[in-house]
Write a protein that binds this ligand. Structure first.
Ligand SMILES: *Cc1c(COP(=O)(O)O)cnc(C)c1O
Length: 452
């Protein structure tokens, strides 16, 4: 099939660091611009999905997820690291994504009873599930213990006592790792940094040895080791390395005190390339794990989310109208912050690519891309260089597979968007667009509110 290069000479003259449409496509192996069919994801024409499902709609590439998992495993094999991979369900908890990863033999990392229920609904063995999170309700802990969960990552002394009491009542033993806050700056966005001493996450590093000793003495608790997760969208090895070095010191000192430590959960956080920077490298990550923790005879685990599924998802949207102003025109899409929150929440940069091959070829101009929600923050990009797009034309917002659909809301009474999954050349709807009356299903109106 012919593949066209969409770079135009005009772009070279524009002073910008924004990657061009051609560069965005070239950097993503699952994407291709076909001269007639337009933007293809794996082997599927994205326009066909948009036409069938309407926009906005999400597209997940199963083949892309599998390929990324393969890369992760190859890197682990290269580093000669036996690593338990537990997918961080919160990145994308659709049943199809979970089923796919379960079929590939990975475990799950969950942060709520709902995620545990989703995971077991697709057949994850609870023993392959880790329960993380800074606050777990007694009901959630009971459900986890009742299911026979593999590991609970405890984040505070208070939680440890609660868990001990619950497990004892239930006649169970909870396998516990203490999540430690290593006080390491992941160098990422403040809203996704979790390993600094003043973040809400984890147990203070200095308190860890005493709490581990206490855990060993508590009924219903079987302390197996430690967990660490310093944040998300980390693309350099040094924060990982600093955190793992501190964990290695901790393991050695706890062992020197005569307590066995068998597990180290290295967390997730490996970043992807949204714009044009380097993607987080599994090889470099695993080299850091190997170097700092490799000779401690530990059962090592990782909890990747974003890296596995982020580049495997897109959000398709249509241009509603182009609003001319004194400055850059506003391109109003039918997708909004209620669908993809990341740009509004984290000022995240997402590539935006027209589905039409001709549109992608045109020279670019600064454009503001916004959604229709009544919030100034409902913006996908400001002064982004884009080819001119007319109402009705469609775009793909790239790298939306992680922290995309899972963060959607129905703000402005906008139904949750449809979702499709593709695999090579086949595709299927995996979620119908939410019907509008479903927006108020479950709401009741007290009789004293209604007109007589
Ligand atoms: C969110 C989270 C992850 C996954 O983070 P990514 O950046 O998506 O890899 C892993 N572990 C814990 C404890 C988390 O909270």
């Amino acid at each position: 099939m012919p593949t066209i290069i969409t770079d135009s000479a005009a772009e070279d003259a524009v002073p910008t660091h924004d990657p061009s449409v051609a560069e965005l496509i070239a950097a993503r192996p699952s994407l291709r611009m076909h001269a007639l069919d337009g933007l293809m994801f794996e082997g599927v024409r994205l326009d066909a999905i948009a036409q069938d499902l309407g926009t906005p709609c999400w597209v997940m590439g199963a083949g892309t997820v599998r390929a990324r998992l393969r890369r992760l495993r190859e890197a682990a094999a290269e580093a000669a690291l036996p690593l338990g991979i537990h997918y961080a369900v919160k990145a994308n908890d659709h049943l199809a994504v979970l089923s796919l990863l379960r079929a590939e033999g990975v475990g799950a990392d969950v942060v709520s009873g709902g995620e545990l229920a989703r995971s077991t609904a697709v057949g994850f063995d609870p023993r392959q599930v880790v329960f993380s999170g800074v606050g777990k309700t007694p009901d959630e802990l009971r459900a986890a213990l009742g299911a026979g969960i593999g590991q609970i990552n405890v984040e505070s002394a208070e939680e440890l006592d609660q868990l001990s009491a619950l497990a004892t009542t239930m006649g169970r033993a909870a396998r516990v790792a203490l999540r430690i806050n290593p006080d390491v700056d992941a160098g990422t966005h403040a809203k996704i940094t979790t390993g600094l001493a003043d973040n809400k996450f984890g147990i203070a590093y200095a308190d860890a040895p005493a709490l581990f000793r206490r855990a060993a003495s508590l009924p219903g608790i079987e302390p197996v080791g430690f967990a660490v997760h310093i944040g998300s969208q980390i693309t350099e090895a040094s924060p990982f390395r600093s955190a793992y070095r501190r964990m290695a010191d901790l393991v050695r000192s706890v062992r020197a005190d005569g307590l066995p430590v068998s597990v180290l959960d290295c967390g997730g956080g490996l970043g992807i390339s949204y714009r044009d920077g380097p993607e987080g490298s599994p090889r470099t990550w695993f080299a850091a794990i190997r170097q700092e923790l490799g000779d401690l005879d530990l059962r090592l685990m990782i909890e990747p989310g974003r890296w596995l599924v982020g580049p495997a998802g897109l959000l398709l949207a249509s241009v509603l109208l182009v609003k001319r102003t004194a400055g850059a025109p506003f391109l109003v899409l039918d997708a909004a912050m209620n669908d993809l929150l990341r740009p509004s929440l984290y000022e995240a940069w997402h590539g935006i690519v027209p589905l039409s091959p001709r549109a992608a070829l045109a020279s670019r101009q600064p454009t503001n891309i916004v959604g229709p929600v009544c919030e100034t923050g409902d913006s996908f990009a400001t002064d982004r260089l884009l080819p001119p797009l007319a109402p009705g034309m469609r775009v793909a917002i790239l790298d939306a597979g992680a922290y995309g659909a899972v963060m959607s809301s129905t703000y402005n009474a906008r139904p949750l968007a449809a979702q499709a999954m593709l695999d090579g050349e086949r595709w299927q709807t995996i979620r119908e667009r939410q019907p509008v009356p479903a927006l108020w299903a479950g709401e009741t109106v007290p009789s004293w509110c209604a007109a007589p």
